[in-house]
Design a protein around this ligand. Structure first.
Ligand code: ZN
Length: 497
C-alpha cells in the first residue's frame, strides 16, 4: 500500500466538499429565493456521498495500513485527521446521529420564532434536549478529556481545554472589566455621528473593492459579492470568495467587514499548493482563522498607521461628507467603545466580554445540573456584571445567537481566542520585523509574505499552540492581548495609567 492509493479518495472527498460549499455560497449570494427547497435535495445527496467517502471501509483499511509507514509530516497529518473524522462518526450510533440532526433543524426554526416573538420558554425544551444529546455524544467520544465540555472545544480549537480558557477569561475579568469601567466614567467623549451620514452605495463599493486589494486580496484568485452577513468561503487556494454588506447610513460596517473577510481570505490564498486540495488545506483552527481576520480588521485596520496614507483618499471619495472630520477624529471614531447588548455589533474592546458570558453559561450547561428556566436571568446578570448593560427582552439577550440552536457548543470561545492570538503575533512582529513601517508605507506584500511563510502556508499541519510555539517561541499567551488593549484604549480615552 502506498500513500498514492489514498490520493484518489482525498480528491473525491475534496471535490464533494467543494460542490457543497459552492451550493451554499450560491444560496447566500445569488440563488433565487424559491430555489432553496429543491436545491437542498441536491445538496443532501452530495452530502450523503461525502459521508460515504469519509467512512468508506476500504479507506479506513488503507489509512490504518498507511499509519505505521514512513511518511512525510503532511501525509501523516492527513491520515490522523481522517481517522479522527471516522472515529467521530463511528462512536455515535447512526440512528441517534440522524435524529439529532433532525432535532437541530427543527430547533433552528423554533429559535427563529422564539426570537421574533421574544419567547424563551418556547425554545427552552429544544435547548435542553440538544444539550442532553450533545452531552451523550461527548460521552461516546470522550478519550482522556477531564470535562465533557473539553470534547466539544477540541472540535473547534484542537489542543485547548477549559482549564486554559478559564485562565484566559479570568485575566480578562481582572483586567478588561476595570478598563471598561474607566472608559465608561471617562470625560473624553467621542463623537461618531459622521458615520451615520448618507454614504452613496456605489462609492462605497468602489472604495471597498480598492481597500481589499490594498491589503492584499488577489482578485485573480478571488472575488467579492454581497450577502446579508459577510463571510469568506473557498474551494482551494486559487478560488477564495468574500462578501460584504453595504448600508447607506453606516460607512464603517462594510469597510471593516471587508478588511476582516480579506484577512480570512489571505489565509486561504496563502495555503501551500501541495496541501490546498487535501483535508488539511484549511486554517489551523477556528480561533487561528479568526486571529487573521481580526489582525487585519482591528490591529492593522483601526490603527492610525494604517489610515495615515489613505484617509485623504477616503475623504475625497465621499466628498464633502468627511471634510469636517479630522484624521484624529476619525481614528477616535473607529475605535469608540460602545457597550451594547448585541455580540455582532460589539467593538474591539468589549467583544471578548460578550464571549465570556456565553462561555460561562455553556460550561454550566455541560458540567452542572442547572435549571434552564433560570438561564435568561443568569445571562442578564452576567451582562450587567461584565458590560454594565441589561437586556430588556430575551430576543436581545439569551435568544440573540443561532449557535446553540445549531448544536454549536464550544464554538464561541474561538472568537476571543482569535483576538488574543492576533495580539500575540503582532507583539512578536513588532519585536522582530518592521511591521509598523510596513503598515505606514502600505507595504502589504511584506505583511502577506511574512504571514504566509510563518503561519498560512502550513494550513492545519500544526495546531494553534504548535504554530505559536514554532514561530514566537511560546504557546498561546493572552498577556499580549491584555497589554495591547490596555495600551491602545488608555491612549484613545486619555486615561491615566
Ligand atoms: Zn471572522
Amino acid at each position: 500500500m502506498k500513500f498514492k492509493d489514498l490520493e484518489q479518495y482525498i480528491l473525491k472527498r475534496q471535490a464533494l466538499n467543494a460542490a457543497l460549499t459552492l451550493f451554499s455560497w450560491d444560496q447566500d449570494t445569488e440563488a433565487p429565493e424559491e430555489s432553496v427547497e429543491q436545491t437542498t435535495t441536491y445538496a443532501g445527496i452530495l452530502s450523503h456521498e461525502l459521508f460515504e467517502v469519509i467512512t468508506d471501509k476500504k479507506v479506513k483499511q488503507l489509512l490504518l495500513e498507511l499509519e505505521s509507514q514512513n511518511l512525510s509530516l503532511e501525509q501523516k497529518t492527513i491520515i490522523k485527521k481522517w481517522l479522527k473524522d471516522i472515529e467521530k462518526f463511528e462512536k455515535i450510533p447512526v440512528q441517534k446521529y440522524q435524529s439529532h440532526q433532525e432535532l437541530l433543524m427543527k430547533a433552528q426554526r423554533i429559535w427563529q420564532k422564539a426570537k421574533k416573538e421574544n419567547d424563551y420558554e418556547l425554545f427552552l425544551p429544544y435547548l435542553k434536549q440538544i444539550v442532553e444529546e450533545e452531552k451523550e455524544f461527548a460521552k461516546y467520544r470522550r478519550n482522556n478529556e477531564h470535562y465533557l465540555y473539553d470534547v466539544l472545544l477540541d472540535d473547534y480549537e484542537p489542543g485547548f481545554q477549559s482549564q486554559q480558557l478559564d485562565q484566559f477569561f479570568n485575566m480578562l475579568k481582572k483586567e478588561i472589566i476595570p478598563l471598561l469601567q474607566k472608559i465608561q466614567n471617562s470625560t473624553h467623549i467621542i463623537d461618531k455621528t459622521y458615520n451615520e451620514r448618507y454614504y452613496d452605495i456605489d462609492k462605497q463599493k468602489t472604495f471597498n473593492h480598492w481597500i481589499a486589494e490594498y491589503v492584499g486580496f488577489d482578485f485573480n484568485k478571488g472575488l467579492m459579492k454581497e450577502s446579508v452577513h459577510p463571510f469568506t468561503t473557498n474551494f482551494h487556494n486559487k478560488d477564495v470568495r468574500i462578501t460584504t454588506h453595504y448600508y447607506p447610513h453606516n460607512l464603517e460596517s462594510a469597510l471593516f467587514s471587508t478588511i476582516h473577510e480579506s484577512g480570512h481570505a489571505l489565509y486561504e490564498m496563502n495555503i501551500a499548493d501541495h496541501i490546498t486540495m487535501t483535508p488539511i488545506g484549511v486554517g489551523a483552527s477556528m480561533g487561528f482563522h479568526e486571529s487573521q481576520s481580526r489582525f487585519y480588521e482591528n490591529i492593522i485596520g483601526r490603527s492610525p498607521l494604517f489610515w495615515k496614507p489613505i484617509y485623504s483618499k477616503l475623504q475625497r471619495t465621499f466628498e464633502p461628507l468627511l471634510d469636517d472630520v479630522t484624521f484624529q477624529h476619525f481614528i477616535d471614531g473607529i475605535n469608540k467603545v460602545q457597550t451594547n447588548l448585541i455580540r455582532t455589533e460589539a467593538d474591539e474592546l468589549t467583544y471578548s466580554l460578550h464571549i465570556m458570558v456565553r462561555y460561562e453559561i455553556e460550561k454550566k450547561m455541560f458540567e452542572e445540573d442547572i435549571d434552564y428556566h433560570q438561564l435568561p436571568t443568569l445571562w442578564n446578570k452576567l451582562y450587567k456584571e461584565y458590560l454594565g448593560v441589561t437586556p430588556s427582552f430575551d430576543s436581545e439577550g439569551i435568544l440573540q445567537d443561532i449557535h446553540w440552536a445549531g448544536g454549536a457548543f464550544g464554538y464561541f470561545p474561538s472568537y476571543a481566542i482569535g483576538s488574543a492570538i492576533g495580539a500575540q503575533i503582532y507583539a512578536y512582529m513588532k519585536k522582530t520585523t518592521d511591521i509598523e513601517e510596513w503598515i505606514l508605507n502600505g507595504d502589504f506584500k511584506k505583511i502577506k509574505n511574512y504571514l504566509r511563510d510563518n503561519f498560512h502556508q502550513y494550513g492545519a499541519i500544526y495546531n494553534t499552540n504548535e504554530l505559536l510555539q514554532k514561530v514566537t517561541g511560546e504557546p498561546f499567551n493572552p498577556q499580549y492581548y491584555i497589554d495591547y488593549l490596555k495600551e491602545k484604549y488608555t491612549q484613545i480615552y486619555h486615561l491615566s495609567h
